[in-house]
Design a protein around this ligand. Sequence first.
Ligand code: NAI
Length: 409
Amino acid sequence: MASLSRNLLRLRPRTTTPLRTFSSTARSNLKVLSILYPGGKHSSVTPHFGPLAQSPNPQPSLLGTVENELGLRKWLEDQGHELVTTADKEGPNSEFEKHLEDAEVIITTPFHPGYLTKERLAKAKNLKIAITAGVGSDHVDLDAANKTNGGVTVIEVTGCNVVSVAEHVLMTILILVRNFVPAHDQARSGEWDVGAVASSSYDLEGKTVGTVGVGRIGERVLRRLKPFDCKELLYFDYQPLNKEVESEIGCKRVADLREFLGRCDVVTINCPLHEKTKGLFGEEVVGWMKHGAILVNTARGAIVDKDAVAAALKSGKLSGYGGDVWYPQPAPKDHPLRYALNTEGGGNAMTPHISGTSVDAQVRYAEGTKAILEEYLSGRHGYREQDLIVRGGGYVSRAYGERAKRGGK
Ligand code: NAI
């Protein structure tokens, strides 16, 4: 498919040379374990929208599911490798734990993460590489991975779904600012009470929006906000944009989190989950936000304290919370952010974890996963620098907190 190869070319500029310590011979007979979400009856759906729908040989829309296995099964089996795929990932009797010990490669996705905890890594005696089919590798205990089997490589498909997430962020901001969900509920339920919804519906124009994290997603969010004529576009990040990009977007860095939050009407979280961001938006930090502000989190569920956010909505401190990330995933039925509402009975724009798994994004992360696997199986190990999170016992990425730097982002 022409669009597939175009995407692959975009994803695979080789920028790294293999490290000398890694074997350069092709491998055979190895076990690949993949943990993906179940597509069920939807796994046979093919694209019906946009250029993907024009393909004469359409692939399934849900490439990243247990049923479709990122399109890897035949390719791996033809090379003599074993592929085990499951969605059963929790607890000691899960399929995940059963196959953990002999898997040399583990592939998982943030949408249905196979959590590679310290305890699980200790059991994974053969594990050499953990591939994230997507972006965000916090489901792996990265410090423990650095100490496992001489350093497990943790690698992801950088950039594969950043546009998908940025679009979801924009949508969520507008849904909350304009009070869309309660208005749509009225339309569907046969009600008509304009006052009830219009009393909490505003314009985005003239408001201040800020992103925590201005990497690939955060920057794209700011760029997409530019035509909305916001009062200010701000960001908080220890890796600043260069001055030309700042002036092109018309945004400013605020180095102090408390000052940053005190200026924003809308805050969007676009940084990875690591030890400095876990639980960051707890009672104290939410308290630094403006009264009635909106918080959007498409980064990771554990960056916010779910009870603190639910309480802030209830008290009126926050007028809206939205996004698509939860901890753990799948979110339990009693997760408070499924049901939390603001003082007017609205303000909740949560969805299951879907923003980065659009049909278009799945094509890109399936291709990117295969390209990484190909580098591993061939023994070339010519990974893109920007895909590497940890390797050889240390951090390559600079996005997982300020620490000793080895290059890459
Ligand atoms: P990126 O690596 O391009 O940018 C992350 C930025 O966050 C970096 O500039 C980094 O310096 C900054 N950062 C790290 N710690 C910070 C802190 N304590 N305070 C402020 N900034 C901090 O990553 P990208 O592609 O923009 O993705 C960001 C995150 O979004 C991912 O790590 C993942 O958790 C999440 N994500 C969610 C998806 C979804 O489907 N909901 C899909 C893709 C990513």
